[in-house]
Design a protein around this ligand. Sequence first.
Ligand SMILES: Cc1cc2nc3c(=O)[nH]c(=O)nc-3n(C[C@H](O)[C@H](O)[C@H](O)COP(=O)(O)O)c2cc1C
Length: 323
Amino acid sequence: MEIKTRFTQMVGCKLPVVIAPMFLVSNPDMVVAGCESGALGTFPALNIRPVEKLRDWLKEIQSKTQKPYGVNIIVNKSNQHAQKQIEICLEEKVTFFIASLGNPKELIQKAHQIGSKVFCDVINQEQAKKAVDVGADGLIAVCAGAGGHAGNISPFVLIPMLRNMFSLPILASGCVVHGRSLAACLTLGADGVLMGTRFIASKECPVATEYKEAIVNARPEDIVTTYKLDGIAANVINTPYVKKTGTQLSLWERLLFRYPKLRKWIMAQRAWRSMPVLMQSIQKPTWKQLWGAGQSVGLIHSIQSTSEILETLYKEYQETLPG
Ligand SMILES: Cc1cc2nc3c(=O)[nH]c(=O)nc-3n(C[C@H](O)[C@H](O)[C@H](O)COP(=O)(O)O)c2cc1C
C-alpha cells in the first residue's frame, strides 16, 4: 500500500495521510495504529498533563513503532507550556510538527536546528504568507467543513489558491473520508491530507462509544459552527446541549472582542469554562454533549480499525484513478 507524493518522500511514510491531532481525543494507540498502517500519526502535546509526562507518551510511541510520527503544538499564548513541550519533543528527536493558532517562528527555528519539519495550520492566504515568511516547511489548508477549529473557505478555492502562491508542500484538511476525496485533494494541488473526524470513529480512539456512535449517526446538516468553545469558530455536532446553549458569543462579548487584549481574556474565559464539559463529553457523556466533528460525518457509516479505514481509503483511491 503506497502512494508517493512530495509529502511522503519528505517525512518518510507510505501514504499521504496524516492522522490529524485532536485535542482531548488523540492518544498513543491512535498514533501507532496510524503509523503502522502507512500514515503519519500525530497528537496535540496539550493532551498530556502535566507537561513532563509528554516524554512518557513519546517513549511509548517510539517503543511501539519505528515509523515517523508528529506532534502538534499550539503556538499562541494560551499554551503556557509550549516552550517545555518543544524542548521535550526536540530532546526526543520528533521529526514532524504541526503548528497551530499563533506565530510558529520560534518552533520553526528550534525544529530546524535538528532537521525536523514544521507544517502550519492556515485558513487563508494571509496566514499562509505569514507562515511561509517565518520558514514553514509546509502548509495545512484547513478548509470549510473540517472538524474542530475550521476555516470557511472551500477546498476548491483554498487548495489551488495556496498552490498557485507557494511551491512548498501543502496538506488539505477537512472532510476527507473517501479515497475519491484524497484523489481530489491531490488533483487540486495538495501533496497529502489530514483526516480527523474519521478516526474518532475508529476502534483505537479512546473516546466514549456514545461519541463514536454520534459521528456514525450524524448527517452533514447536524454540524454547526460554534464560537462558544473558545471564541474561535469550531465545528461540533448540534446536540440538544449545543442547541440549548447556542453557538454565538453574547452581545457584550462580541463588543469586547474588538479589543485585542479583551479578546484574549474572553477566549481564555470561554476555554476555561468549556473544558470540563468537553472532557466529560469525551470520557463519560451526560446530556451535556459537546462533540467536535466535521461535515465528513455524512460519509462515516461504521466504527472500524485504523488499518481497515486506511485500506479502504487506499482501495477507493486506486479505483478512482483513470484506466
Ligand atoms: C475533536 C477535534 C479536536 C481537534 N483538535 C485539534 C488540535 O488540538 N489541534 C489542531 O491543530 N487541530 C485540531 N483539530 C483539527 C484536526 O487536526 C483536523 O484539521 C480536522 O479534524 C480535519 O477535518 P476532518 O475532521 O473533517 O477530517 C481537531 C479536530 C477535531 C474533530
